[in-house]
Design a protein around this ligand. Sequence first.
Ligand SMILES: [Zn+2]
Length: 324
Amino acid sequence: MESTQCPAHPEEPLRPAIRGARDHFWGFDGRFDYQECTRCGTWVLVDPPTPENLGVYYGGYYSDEEFESRRKTFDRGDKPPILGVDGVRAAETIKALRREGATVDSDLEVLDVGCGVGGFMRGMEFLAQTKVRGLDFNPRCRDFVAEVHGHEVDVGELEEQCYTDQRFDLVTSWHCLEHTYDPLAELKEMRRIVKPGGWIMLEVPTPSLIARVFRGKWFFLQPPTHLFHFTQPALEALMKRADLTIKGVWRPWLPTELSGSVLFALGHHGFARRILFGRKTVTNVLWTLLFALTIPIDLIVTPLQRLLGKTGVMRVLAQRGEGE
Ligand SMILES: [Zn+2]
């Protein structure tokens, strides 16, 4: 597809939405614009870097500090692992599937696309003993997941794997579709590799009210690795075009949207390397304290957003038709 167009409505014109946004999350240099689809409001990164040039912006993903920090959160002893957001996602996925009448047990084969350090896979195995396999572009994630969780991870893009048709019962993808150049092709590939009647569960950031207030300072914007920010009509149209039936759309609870955006609006740059995994310099400690002060407000606002169906995150469960 062409570089700057809405993936769901390539024929529709775009209008300027955000100018000169910076990557405040990872803290890389560069300024980026987004345009907005005049039909569905999806944000599209203008003139995205080529895959070769985008590589550098992934340099912050899974640093040594992050691997070390994640290693500590996964307990390898007899106690249940600490799974956090991944555990909540696994529990909610299992619940949603069972509500649809699916059997979620040790026969269920799951592929987690963009599995990272494997928390979701660990959660599925721990909560429902499902078979899990991961996919990530980073070979270090493969090594980490094998060592810490004992699961296999394939490396590279989804299409490169050439998985056989109808191999999996469930394909999941947490905050990855917005990183792909051709989201429709990605969804079609997911459909091809799930069995008839099989499931696709994915979650992406979506332009919420907070996004539209903070715009270039929105916590989930993360240019230029986030090529798109889909609205619900766009994601539904793409799912439909990939011949998938939508079974549920949720706006889940994911704190830090507001507190992170406030921090960026106050001039913070480089959240991941300064607050999440940074050295304890005086400046970093002060930013961390400021962030901690805004968290209680976030924890009040996020459930309200969820109640109104307006959080900055959208989760969709879709099914491939039976007997197809
Ligand atoms: Zn659109």
